[in-house]
Design a binder for this molecule. Structure first.
Ligand code: ADP
Ligand code: MG
Length: 327
């Protein structure tokens, strides 16, 4: 039977719509509606039990945080600020009322913590496990919104945050390996880089931005494709956390592969005008502790090349999928 992949579905929908001129629709971390002196930013994510999370790995607080932050990350990736959310829930009859109450309570607490208001949503019962869908509405100044498609040749490719930690955390959980709590936390309850995204949005030196949700290799490819450029990714410059190196020894996997394909880190991947890179980096580290690394350069080749110590690095990309997810 013919099967449509996630990319096929998005392409199908994106080709079919002709939008009003004040709207930027499918193709970035969020949609943008130009409202005159400000822009509205809207995004939605869907988390499905046993595809994106397992109830026996997560506490209600962790899952509430994850459900909100995967969306906040998309708003941060546009350089915007989140304001309001809508919560969609499809709840199995088997879920205990205590668990559900605790989850709802933590959604409210997370909203308070992140300064966003829950305005509505929808609730149904589910025959097959828990589904959580959050829509976030945010805003930004038109000059601060960062798209994926504005990277220019010779811009510096930069990454905020480590890469591979969330994937390693998930593998540790799946293999029931004890310890490495910080990596597991990256998978179970990621923290969106909201303040950093807003700060980068306000910097004219930043040309393009997105968050890292599918793994740095595929995310950078998406940014290059959107901008119709290529890039060199220096794999020796990828920021690997000390815990990741230890966990990969334990998991018997190569840290660099984990760093390249591991999804769900919710770091920020962005490009910076080369001549402004040093000033921007200096200003950033005065205010934030988040790891900020230059990991490559934008090229005119139209494709993504990996290099290690200046030599071409051959990498056989195999996509990562959550559990048994197959679209
Ligand atoms: P992200 O990982 O940043 O959440 P996705 O890869 O999920 O982004 O989505 C890429 C783009 O495709 C976004 O603009 C998103 O709104 C759009 N998209 C994804 N699924 C659908 C859908 N079912 N209908 C319409 N647009 C979609
Ligand atoms: Mg995104």
């Amino acid at each position: 039977m013919k099967k449509l992949s996630e990319a096929d579905i998005i392409r199908f929908l994106a080709n079919d719509v002709s939008l009003p001129s004040n709207v930027f629709g499918i193709g970035d971390d969020a949609a943008v509606i130009h409202r005159g002196d400000y822009d509205e930013i809207i995004t939605k994510d869907l988390l499905i039990e046993n595809q994106h999370f397992r109830l026996h790995y997560s506490t209600p607080a962790e899952l509430a945080k994850k459900a909100l932050h995967v969306n906040l990350s998309d708003i941060a990736a546009m350089g915007g600020v989140a304001d309001y959310i809508f919560l969609g829930l499809s709840v199995p009859l088997t879920l205990s009322p205590e668990w559900l109450e605790a989850f709802l309570h933590h959604v409210q607490l997370e909203c308070q913590h992140e300064n966003v208001y829950l305005l509505g949503g929808d609730t149904t019962y589910s025959p097959h496990g828990l589904t959580i869908s959050i829509t976030v509405i945010g805003h930004g100044m038109p000059s601060s919104i960062k798209y994926r498609h504005h990277a220019k040749v010779s811009d510096v490719v930069c990454l905020l945050g480590f890469t591979g930690d969330a994937h390693a955390g998930l593998l540790l959980l799946e293999k029931n390996i004890p310890d490495f709590e910080s990596l597991k936390k990256c998978s179970l309850a990621p923290t969106a880089l909201t303040k950093e995204g807003r700060w980068l949005g306000a910097q004219p030196a930043v040309t393009a931005m997105m968050d890292t949700s599918d793994g740095i290799f595929i995310d950078l490819k998406h940014l290059c494709d959107a901008s119709r450029v290529g890039a060199i990714l220096n794999i020796d410059a990828l920021p690997l956390s000390p815990q990741l190196q230890l966990a990969c020894d334990r998991l018997q996997i190569a840290p660099i592969e984990c760093a390249l394909i591991g999804g769900e880190d919710y770091g920020l991947l962005f490009t910076v005008k080369q001549e402004m890179y040093h000033v921007l980096h200096g200003d950033f580290i005065k205010q934030f502790d988040t790891p900020f690394n230059a990991i490559g350069i934008v090229t005119n080749t139209g494709h993504l090349e990996l290099k290690e110590h200046g030599e071409l690095y051959h990498f056989n990309y195999k996509p990562f999928s959550h559990f048994n997810e197959n679209i």
